[in-house]
Design a protein around this ligand. Structure first.
Ligand SMILES: CC(C)(COP(=O)(O)OP(=O)(O)OC[C@H]1O[C@@H](n2cnc3c(N)ncnc32)[C@H](O)[C@@H]1OP(=O)(O)O)[C@@H](O)C(=O)NCCC(=O)NCCS
Length: 198
């Protein structure tokens, strides 16, 4: 048998006329990604509870959206239901945990930090997380002049590590032992952002 005849329609980059679009292609074409708004927060929080063991208070979510309104995004389906989000903040490298500058001679290095990202299970592998990350990274760079973006990920989270490392180009900066409440190590990952001329 000629092996070429076994090539499935779904995996082809360009679909032949006789081949119906895959479910994923149909789904992804109806998705909309936009900036997150305070009124989205209950839905973002619900998605977070469904997808991740790291959960936060409404105050935490609200603080991020109000403080850095241009770097958190949501993905919504054709009925406007939120199916994914990225929540991020901006930090200054030279500050310690209390927000105090460590070295007054040096300009603080501004950087973005991704606090939480998730996509509902039935909307995964459509490229939504990658798009959410790219939009947030672009805004961190162009609006806040961030020089890099950082995040933490569980050592066992293969899907997220592949998203950050293989799809977006992050590298592992360090391993933080027992970072998570249950004792799991975190990979602290980082991606340099393009320098913006002022
Ligand atoms: C991790 C997560 C956000 C990825 O969302 P997604 O929308 O499915 O990701 P995308 O479709 O944008 O995938 C982009 C790339 O990431 C990688 N990736 C995503 N899911 C993957 C999986 N299950 N296995 C391996 N690689 C995966 C692939 O490189 C993929 O590119 P490809 O589809 O061309 O191969 C999603 O699985 C999720 O919500 N998981 C639970 C919450 C979570 O772990 N959040 C991260 C906390 S640090």
């Amino acid at each position: 048998m000629n092996a070429v005849t076994n090539v499935g329609c779904v995996t082809r980059p360009i679909l032949p006329r006789s081949c119906p679009p895959s479910r994923n292609l149909r789904k992804s074409s109806k998705m909309n990604i936009r900036l997150a708004k305070p009124e989205d927060l209950p839905h973002i929080q619900a998605a977070n509870l469904q997808n991740l063991p790291e959960n936060y208070s409404m105050k935490f979510w609200m603080y991020h959206i109000l403080s850095w309104p241009q770097i958190s995004f949501v993905a919504e389906d054709n009925k406007g239901r939120i199916v994914g989000y990225v929540l991020a903040r901006v930090d200054a490298e030279e500050e310690d945990d209390t927000g105090t500058r460590k070295d007054f001679d040096k300009e603080p290095e501004i950087h973005g930090h991704v606090n939480s990202i998730s996509v509902l299970r039935s909307y995964r592998r459509l490229g939504l997380a990658r798009k959410l990350m790219l939009l947030s990274q672009e805004a961190m760079s162009t609006i806040y002049k961030s020089s890099f973006v950082s995040l933490h990920v569980r050592k066992s989270n293969k899907a997220a590590i592949s998203l950050y490392r293989d799809s977006l180009g992050f590298r592992v900066d360090k391993v933080e032992h027992k970072y998570y409440g249950d004792g799991e190590d975190a990979l602290s990952m980082r991606l340099d952002l393009p320098k913006q001329s002022i």
